[in-house]
Design a protein around this ligand. Structure first.
Ligand SMILES: C[S@@+](CC[C@H](N)C(=O)[O-])C[C@H]1O[C@@H](n2cnc3c(N)ncnc32)[C@H](O)[C@@H]1O
Length: 186
């Protein structure tokens, strides 16, 4: 009996130790390139409309913050969503938001650096970063994304790579590009 009680205490101690570690906020693997500032809901809606998201799409938000863009894509259009954020605290928050919005089966969030993450399954990529980060990202987008993948950026453009469309929503510009055939890539 004493032995059984001791074993139980050990099991609980190990389990609670493990969950404590999992539940703790760990620091990002490196300093984020840009801090978390959320895209307003009306701008999120306009970005997904501009990209013509449907239930067949896989929407990647690079620097996904609280997860609002992939979550809206799943809730409104039935799309699958993936969010990549370097900050584990944001990933934890976004994962909880997916759950409370009832789309945890459609949306996943990963703690990764957007510059090294595998983004090849995306059919739509959303961005709210900074112009220098968009410019740094262009070679990766061109190399890894399939022809026809749409990219929508809130606030920042891509320098020489001119957008197909630009709209202004609540005073904020949003831009659309489509990945060209391999033979036409820069
Ligand atoms: C301006 S917020 C945009 C959040 C969300 N996409 C939105 O539009 O509401 C940028 C996010 O990018 C993340 N971030 C910054 N540098 C990153 C990197 N190198 N890799 C992945 N995420 C990064 C930040 O932690 C932050 O959550």
């Amino acid at each position: 009996m004493v032995l059984r009680t001791f074993a139980l205490v050990v099991v609980i101690a190990v389990a609670s130790g493990a969950s404590g570690v999992a539940g703790q906020a760990t620091a990002p693997q490196r300093e984020p390139d840009v801090i978390f500032v959320p895209t307003p809901a009306d701008v999120v809606d306009a970005m997904l409309k501009l990209a013509k998201v449907t239930s067949s799409d896989v929407v990647y938000d690079l620097g996904s913050g609280d997860g609002r863009i992939p979550i809206a894509a799943a809730k409104t259009y039935g799309a699958r969503g993936v969010g990549i954020d370097i900050d584990p605290e944001r990933v934890r928050e976004a994962t909880g938001n997916a759950r409370s919005n009832g789309v945890a089966d459609k949306v996943t969030f990963r703690t990764e650096d957007l510059f090294t993450a595998d983004i090849s399954p995306a059919t739509v990529v959303t961005l709210y970063l900074l112009e220098p980060l968009n410019l740094k990202l262009v070679p990766k987008l061109m190399k890894e994304l399939k022809p026809g993948t749409r990219i929508v950026s809130h606030a920042f453009d891509m320098g020489d790579w001119k957008p197909q469309q630009k709209q202004t929503v609540s005073g904020r510009p949003i831009y659309l590009w489509t990945i060209p055939q391999a033979s036409q890539r820069r």
